[in-house]
Design a protein around this ligand. Sequence first.
Ligand SMILES: [Ca+2]
Ligand SMILES: [Ca+2]
Ligand SMILES: [Ca+2]
Length: 179
Amino acid sequence: MCANRQRGLTLIELIVFIVIVGVALAGVLTVLNHTTRHSADPMIRKQALAIAEAILEEVMLQPFTWCDPDDGNAATATGYAGAGNCTVSENNLTAEAGETRGATTTPFDNVNDYNGLTTTTNIAGGGSAPYAATVAVAQQSLNGIAVDASLLITVTVTAPGETIEVQGYRTRHSPNMLP
Ligand SMILES: [Ca+2]
Ligand SMILES: [Ca+2]
Ligand SMILES: [Ca+2]
């Protein structure tokens, strides 16, 4: 007779095991389901981010000059005001009279012109609600650079259930470079 012979599971033990595993699995699946349902839609987020980055790049690539580029002294000015400098200064946080984004004759032509811009985009596959973007441009001192020579650009895009904000700094490194 063998003293330590191995014994199998009884039917009761097997059923209890199956019930415990079943309950545990149900709990895990409930958590997964909840997480999936309440997490952001990655497609909406990616499209919102793409729009935000595209607008930020458009603003960052604008001139940051003393004078409005339409000013005759824009290429030679050495400051906003004073003899030989700007008739139409860009020492502001707003578009000059008549300027609109992308206009043929009087477009936005400086970083600051975009301050307060709002625009909407509708992307196929993104649902019927548009992606709404707003741009804020503010003076912001940066590592010893004078406060009026550095601009903080903030682009905020809102989409269904999603808000994306991207920021970038633009310094006045080339105050006579025209578009
Ligand atoms: Ca202009
Ligand atoms: Ca302006
Ligand atoms: Ca301008």
